[in-house]
Ligand binder design. Structure first.
Ligand code: FAD
Length: 293
């Protein structure tokens, strides 16, 4: 099958996805494609549809667990410069979906714009953060978003305003599109104060989250009015190891890859955490990370 020939250098076959996930786990993608710009993305979506090839869009891979056998479809990553533009206005910033949150926050700080500091320390791209409605307890990215530009699976581009994106806790309707960029509300603020807030948040993360090994952050969503980490910890699961994967000693809702973990190890640990919490508290945990089959 040579449907991808026209895409040239942008397409690789059997690319190991462990190279592209923060857990450092994941078998190969049958096709791994990084379109150059919107036009090539449009062409790609048309080709995928015509050839009946299913696909996932990948950001920084900080919220996905890819199975060991990989993904028998196409993985599309918006990593080319055409998807990494940042534009500042008088009271807004537009960030391409491939812009990392680190770069977006740095840009806002340099321009003296406040409003997105709460995202400090969350790995990932702007596109991934929008799809996941990433955030912290008090705030999520939807709170700062005005609108998002998306491409649908037929290649049509449209703007979705905040209220139509169906944002909820770590969820949105954006997954069914390819997110191209997001427009966020920001306001002028002294840089010193922006930096202070970001430093506080960074310090808080380093006290409370495990950065010693690769992970995908919180594995399960917090149940209403409770914390998945507290429940898992109360079951005595911190430090439990299966294969190369372990429940973090610092944060019980983190699974870390101690070196050679497989996706199967992580899935077994998740099942153990879920079963124990259900048995002890009658609460069913639901995954926050996305499992790619
Ligand atoms: C150490 C650590 C700490 C973390 N802390 C937090 C936290 O405090 N709060 C929080 O919310 N999350 C946290 N996370 C999880 C993760 O960083 C976020 O969910 C992040 O927003 C995912 O972005 P990504 O670019 O890595 O997306 P990916 O993991 O690559 O993808 C996530 C989902 O978005 C889709 N997607 C990605 N880009 C696009 C696009 N352009 N168009 C359409 N779909 C797309 C993917 O298909 C997938 O469904 C943490 C993760 C780690 C490793």
């Amino acid at each position: 099958m040579n449907w991808y020939k026209g895409l040239g250098q942008s397409c690789k076959c059997r690319e190991p996805l462990k190279r592209h996930t923060t857990l450092k786990i994941g078998g190969p993608a049958r096709f791994f494609i990084e379109p150059r710009d919107r036009d090539q993305l449009q062409e790609l979506l048309r080709l995928l549809r015509r050839n009946k090839i299913s696909f996932h869009v990948l950001g920084m891979g900080s919220n996905v667990l890819v199975r060991d056998r990989g993904f028998n479809g196409a993985v599309v990553r918006l990593h080319a410069p055409g998807f990494k533009k940042i534009t500042f206005g008088s009271n807004y910033v537009i960030a391409g979906s491939g812009v990392s949150l680190v770069r977006l926050l740095l840009g806002c700080y340099q321009e003296g714009f406040s409003g997105l500091e709460f995202l400090t320390g969350i790995p990932g791209t702007t596109g991934g953060a929008l799809v996941m409605n990433a955030g912290i307890k008090e705030k999520c990215i939807a709170d700062a978003l005005e609108s998002v530009t998306v491409m649908d699976k037929n290649g049509s581009i449209k703007t979705i305003v905040n209220k139509d994106a169906r944002f909820s806790y770590r969820s949105s309707c954006l997954k069914k599109f390819v997110v191209l960029d997001g427009r966020f509300r920001v306001r002028r603020r002294p840089r010193l104060l922006i930096k202070k807030r970001m430093d506080e948040l960074r310090a808080w993360r380093h006290r409370n989250q495990d950065y010693s090994f690769p992970s995908a952050g919180c594995v399960f969503k917090n149940p209403v009015n409770d914390s998945a980490g507290r429940l898992i910890d109360a079951c005595g699961l911190k430090g439990v190891i299966i294969g190369g994967a372990a429940v973090s000693l610092l944060h019980a809702n983190f699974i870390v890859n101690r070196g050679k973990a497989s996706a199967a190890d992580v899935l077994k640990l998740m099942l153990l955490m879920k079963t124990q919490v259900k048995r002890r508290f009658s609460i069913t945990l639901t995954p926050e990370i996305e499992i790619w089959r």
